[in-house]
Design a protein around this ligand. Structure first.
Ligand code: CA
Length: 121
């Protein structure tokens, strides 16, 4: 690096302003990063777009299998999403376990035992 470039860089360092203070990025879901002599905008996680003019919510529920268990329902929210196990299943939504099968199997066994008892009478 020659002396002139070094002087220019020093000048930029001492005169740099934080453009992010003026909130120059997109209104919805954007993150501003101050750089020497400029700034960069990018969309936060859960949003897509150029970050400068716009950031749009990612609708994760368009492809729910990527985010939720197939036994869960997906609800899109601004910047995120919610997976909830369908009724009869339990878990965090990313994975759901089938409690209903265990209960149904137990019910069937109980009915068979009850039927046997009734036929014995
Ligand atoms: Ca979303």
């Amino acid at each position: 690096m020659d002396l002139q470039k070094l002087l220019n860089l020093c000048n930029l360092l001492f005169t740099d302003v934080d453009e992010c203070n003026a909130d120059p990025c997109a209104d919805n879901g954007a993150t501003c990063t101050d750089t020497i002599g400029s700034y960069q905008c990018s969309c936060s996680e859960g949003y897509h777009g150029d970050g400068y003019e716009n950031c749009f919510d990612v609708d994760e529920c368009e492809n729910p299998d990527e985010y939720c268990d197939m036994l869960a329902t997906c609800s899109n929210t601004q910047g995120s999403y919610v997976c909830q196990c369908t009724q009869g299943y339990e878990g965090d939504g990313a994975t759901c376990q089938g409690m209903i099968w265990t209960c149904t199997l137990l019910d069937i066994l109980c009915k068979i035992i009850t039927c046997k008892k009734m036929t014995n009478l």
